[in-house]
Design a protein around this ligand. Sequence first.
Ligand code: PAF
Length: 275
Amino acid sequence: MFTFTTTAALQKHLQAQQGKTIGFVPTMGALHVGHISLIEQSLANTDITICSIFVNPTQFNNAADFDKYPRTISDDRTMLEKAGCHILYAPETPDEVYRGYATQSFDFDGLDSSMEGYFRPGHFQGMANVVYRLFAIVNPDKAFFGEKDYQQLALVRTMAATHFPALEVVPCNTLREADGLAMSSRNRRLSEEERAIASHIPRILKEAMQLEITDAKQLKFWVEAEFAKVEGIRLEYFEIADSNTLQVIDSVGKNSRMFIAAYVGDVRLIDNMGL
Ligand code: PAF
């Protein structure tokens, strides 16, 4: 696997690969099996797979969260090599990514107004700017994003459709631990006790799915009451929204999806499941 820490070196290497299709998996590192499944999907569908590792400061609306974000570059490199990834792009400073770039303000037509967009002001603009910048640097044919960050995926698709029309954004299923917890880099910050508590998130969502309640308010009320019974979880939001518009809905239909953000200790976890 080639590793490049500068944009110039990466681009020089890519210039010599003309005619090959490029698959791209942007990450912030602290890789887990979920990331590796994105790499595998890229390897199966393109000629060259590039993974980026860059903890983007502009998408953290909380400085402590940025500081605490796990950084495990040496383990990450080992996992990528084992998976057969061709190129790691690991810029070491924000300047390496943003040099010469003027930050943009993206219009997401309301897709960013609810849930993560509401509770993490500035997060999506920071995320979209870095993804725009990475797409411009790497110029991929396909980019692979996990559905765990469902709203992020919707916004990346919107941004790519406008600015990178030839690029295919490929949605990939959320990978889960044996007890159903969605795989996330943040899980490694949970203590053993907190990890056990976190497993109530998928449990309650799965139970909610089975209730077959069609009144969204009633379902929301049931879920919130279930979370209130679990000591150690602080629910930030639970919403039932349309999978396409991401707007909160009154009545559960075939396009409905549950979205959740909750704190276990000081670790913020998100998840979503189709109804
Ligand atoms: O999902 C992530 O890890 C990040 O938001 C991304 C897409 C790599 C941009 O920094």
